[in-house]
Design a protein around this ligand. Structure first.
Ligand code: NDP
Length: 327
């Protein structure tokens, strides 16, 4: 069998002529964010060059500490690709949100700034509360999640940061469905999103959305590649069969599912050894990629179920009764 390559060596093209390392490290903390510092150091020392974070995750200070230590060891900032995001409750001030992220990360630019969700939640000046609720426990929006268009202004403001400052290299979106992209694309000022970061794994079919992104030159990034906590995707018998065939871990099969199809992937783990060893790229065949995809077609499962995802027009969103407005 052909030798496995390393996923850390693969770079994918963005629509603005820049490149993104195909394998990134996710940085949502499991528990205390302090652990993220060692995770980042372990990842970069193992060859990762791409870090995915967000103001919302609360781990950017710890990533900043890791970057300082890595810099002292000779890792250059320009060799890393760092993504951060603007959370919906900070929608009114994307540049302020970015400035906070830059401050905590200890860098003067990010490689990619994403709009975290196409939703506007009522946060205060400092972006908190991040999940504003009324007395009945319902989310408080500043625009209708189904029919509102304010989310487009937020993306336009993110474009402005790229146009008028040196604080971001590329701009993009996250959690955009086809209906939301259709609303946005005619209204972009100058930059079609370079990336759409979405939940994607063998249990969640996303062909229509990825085809739409391909047609418009938007790279798809896969989050929750093993399905998040509990790693349900790693329990699939076919994933384990392929892991055995290629003599890699099930995590590496799941990464290859994306990278071989031109998608970036951002797994996370609190276990340093898992991060360090999750880097080989088994050369799955087209047929094997198709078989993995079919698992989700037969039984689609989405693991993200955040209330701010309701009404955004995603398929297979459990309990979403608002999105029928898009039919
Ligand atoms: P992942 O799919 O990467 O799953 C991580 C979980 O899987 C952890 O709990 C980890 O546990 C567990 N896991 C991994 N490997 C194994 C294994 N071999 N055996 C048992 N358990 C395992 O989840 P995320 O949802 O966190 O997604 C990854 C990244 O994507 C995030 O960190 C974030 O950067 C990004 N993201 C973006 C979102 C967005 O809205 N744009 C939403 C969600 C995520 P352990 O720690 O024990 O290894």
């Amino acid at each position: 069998m052909a030798q496995n390559r390393f996923a850390t060596e693969i770079y994918l093209d963005l629509n603005d002529k820049r490149k993104i390392p195909a394998l990134g490290l996710g940085t949502i903390p499991s528990g205390d964010p302090k652990g993220v510092k060692d995770q980042v150091i372990a990842a970069v020392e193992a060859g990762y060059r791409h870090l995915d974070t967000a103001w919302y995750y609360g781990s950017e200070k710890c990533i900043g500490e890791a970057l300082k230590e890595l810099s002292a060891k000779g890792v250059k900032r320009e060799d890393l690709f760092i993504t951060t995001k603007v959370w919906p409750s900070f929608y009114h001030s994307p540049e302020k949100s970015l400035d906070k992220s830059l401050h905590d990360l200890g860098t003067d630019y990010v490689d990619l700034l994403l709009q975290h969700w196409p939703v506007c939640l009522r946060g205060g000046e400092d972006g908190t509360p991040t999940e504003p609720k009324d007395k009945d426990g319902n989310l408080v929006y500043d625009d209708d999640p189904v029919t509102g268009e304010k989310f487009i202004d937020v993306y336009n403001a993110i474009e402005d940061i790229k146009l008028h400052t040196n604080k971001v290299k590329s701009v993009g979106v996250s959690n955009y469905s086809i209906p939301k992209l259709k609303q946005l694309l005619p209204k972009v000022k100058k930059f079609v999103p370079a990336v759409n970061q979405i939940e994607y794994h063998p249990q969640l079919p996303q062909k229509d959305l990825t085809d739409f992104c391909d047609e418009h030159g938007i790279l798809v990034e896969a989050y929750s590649p093993v399905g998040g906590p509990g790693a349900p995707v790693l329990k699939l018998p076919y994933v384990n069969e392929l892991a055995e065939k290629y003599d890699v871990s099930p995590n590496e099969v799941v990464n290859a599912y994306h990278i071989l199809e031109n998608r970036s992937v951002i797994p996370r783990s609190s276990k340093l050894e898992r991060i360090q060893t999750n880097i080989r790229l088994p050369k799955l065949t087209k047929e094997e990629l198709r078989t993995l995809y079919q698992i989700g077609v037969v039984k689609p499962t989405r693991y993200t179920n955040d209330p701010w995802g309701y009404g955004l027009g995603f398929r297979y969103w459990k309990g979403d009764t608002l999105s029928k407005n898009f039919d």
